[in-house]
Structures are given as structure tokens and as C-alpha cells.
Ligand binder design. Structure first.
Ligand SMILES: NC(=O)C1=CN([C@@H]2O[C@H](COP(=O)(O)OP(=O)(O)OC[C@H]3O[C@@H](n4cnc5c(N)ncnc54)[C@H](OP(=O)(O)O)[C@@H]3O)[C@@H](O)[C@H]2O)C=CC1
Ligand SMILES: Nc1nc2c(c(=O)[nH]1)N=C([C@H](O)[C@@H](O)CO)CN2
Length: 232
């Protein structure tokens, strides 16, 4: 049996699609979540190892690492999917916001990679879910975009650090899934931003992950899943 795949934020939306994909292939998964939710019971019944951790809390990241080390001596892949898509708002504490963005999207992935890279040996993958805005910035999600750019820089550094045993890549989606609050006006605006019809669904990300895991020659790269947005 394959060593487990670690998926952070794997109990909803894209992360849940990844978790279910590997379970369907009888690949063991270790899944982190922050908030309890109904999907947890089904995932546990299917054999997923579920670990609660809020990545804004250093102690919980350290506890997660210890729990993973106690659960397994090897990992097939580490998929950093967990993310907090927060925007600037008038009543925000700017320093608190960028600190939180960096904690979730940079500090936690960095520490987890540093602590668990040896578990990926002699061959494995790290995948960072960044964002289209890693290269463009964002006027409405400024701190978020900066943290995703930093996460992509971790891709470049860890690709150098861990080669040739471990491949490290970014997946940079633009709109793959709408959120419940996204109204018709937002959806129409999204259409205008992309050459291809946006929100293809989570399986676009699952296919990209499979492609990277099955590659022997891709590292330090970004797979853009953005519907031609860069050409609009
Ligand atoms: N959906 C899209 O169209 C796009 C997605 N992406 C990226 O793809 C990835 C998946 O996107 P999507 O499925 O929409 O993600 P979600 O917004 O659904 O978030 C994924 C998970 O991140 C977890 N999370 C949030 N904050 C924390 C925290 N402080 N500590 C630990 N976990 C946390 C949540 O856990 P819990 O639910 O338990 O609180 C959640 O389940 C993300 O990295 C996202 O930035 C990029 C561009 C577009
Ligand atoms: N953690 C999340 N990150 C992002 C989300 C999301 O729902 N959760 N959604 C987006 C948008 O789809 C954006 O790409 C639209 O242009 C970005 N990041």
C-alpha cells in the first residue's frame, strides 16, 4: 500500500474532492480540518485519518506535526490546500489580516515541509495551492495575494532544496468553484474575466494534482488553472 497523502483543509470543496479521490483509489489520506463539519463522519468511516488544526496557532501546527509523525513513517505527498480567502475591509486590522494570511498560507506550509520532508523520501511530491493572483497581485485581496506569492516562492526554494527525490510545484487556480454567496452579478463579472467558462469545478484541481504526481520531470513549476484569464 502507498504511504499516505497529507491534504490540508481536506474536508470541503477542492480539498474534499482530493480526499475522496485518493480514498476512491485506496490511497491512505491524512486530512487536516479547522472546524468540525458533517463530512468528517463519512471520511472517518472511509478510513481517513482526520486531524484538527488551526494554522493561525503555532502550537496546533506543532501538534499536527507530532501527530503525523506518530501516525506514519512515510508520506507519498503533501498537498497544501488549506486557505483563508480574506479581503481587506474598512474595519480590518491590517496587521492582523496580513499576519493571518501569512500564518495560513506561508508559515504553516513552510514549517510542515521543513518538519516532514524526510517522510517523503526516497520519492514524493509537495503541491502548494497558490492562486492566479500570485503573479498579478490583487486590489481587493492584497494581503491574501501577497501570501500566495510567498507560498509560490516556497515552491521554488523547496524544489531546489529537495531535488531530485521530491518534486515541488504550485497549482494556481483562478475561479474553479463559486461560493454560495456569489450572486448573479458576481458570476457574470467572472465570465467576463475569463476566456473559458469559469468555475469548471473541483475535478479540474484533482486532475492537475494527478498530473503532477505522475510526472517524472516537473518541479519548481506552476500549473495555471485559470481559463485564459491572463489573456483577457
Ligand atoms: N475555489 C476557487 O475557485 C479557488 C481556490 N484557490 C485555492 O485552492 C485551494 C482550495 O480552494 P477552496 O476549496 O475554495 O478552499 P476553501 O475556501 O474551501 O478552504 C479550504 C479549507 O481551508 C481551511 N482553512 C481555512 N483557514 C484555516 C486555518 N486558519 N487553519 C486551518 N485550515 C484553514 C478550511 O478548513 P475548515 O473548513 O475546517 O475551517 C477549509 O476547509 C485554496 O488554497 C484556495 O486558495 C485559488 C483560486 C480559486
Ligand atoms: N481559500 C479560498 N481561496 C480562494 C477562493 C475560495 O473560495 N477559497 N476563491 C477564489 C476566487 O474564485 C477567485 O479566484 C475569483 O477570481 C480565490 N481564492
Amino acid at each position: 500500500m502507498s504511504p499516505p497523502v497529507l491534504i490540508t483543509g481536506g474536508t470541503q470543496r477542492i480539498g474534499l474532492a482530493l480526499t475522496e479521490h485518493f480514498l476512491n483509489q485506496s490511497v491512505p489520506v491524512i486530512v487536516t480540518y479547522r472546524r468540525p463539519k458533517s463530512a468528517l463522519n463519512t471520511l472517518a468511516q472511509r478510513g481517513a485519518t482526520l486531524i484538527q488544526a488551526d494554522f493561525t496557532q503555532k502550537s496546533q501546527v506543532e501538534r499536527l506535526i507530532l501527530q503525523i509523525k506518530s501516525q506514519t513513517s512515510g508520506l507519498r505527498a503533501i498537498i497544501h490546500n488549506a486557505s483563508d480567502w480574506a479581503s481587506e475591509s474598512v474595519d480590518d486590522n491590517d496587521f492582523e489580516l496580513i499576519e493571518r494570511m501569512m500564518q495560513v498560507h506561508v508559515y504553516a506550509p513552510y514549517r510542515i515541509n521543513m518538519a516532514l520532508a524526510e517522510q517523503l523520501m526516497p520519492a514524493g511530491d509537495i503541491i502548494h495551492f497558490t492562486d492566479y493572483v500570485q503573479d498579478t497581485g490583487s486590489d481587493k485581496h492584497t494581503a491574501y495575494a501577497a501570501s500566495k506569492a510567498a507560498l509560490h516562492n516556497l515552491t521554488l526554494s523547496f524544489a531546489k532544496k529537495l531535488a531530485p527525490q521530491v518534486k515541488v510545484n504550485s497549482i494556481a487556480p483562478s475561479l474553479l468553484m463559486f461560493n454560495e454567496k456569489d450572486d448573479l452579478a458576481y458570476r457574470r463579472q467572472a465570465d467576463a474575466k475569463h476566456l473559458l467558462s469559469p468555475a469548471p469545478g473541483a475535478y479540474e484541481a484533482v486532475s492537475a494534482v494527478d498530473y503532477l504526481l505522475n510526472s517524472d520531470y516537473i518541479t519548481g513549476q506552476t500549473l495555471h488553472l485559470s481559463g485564459g484569464r491572463h489573456l483577457r
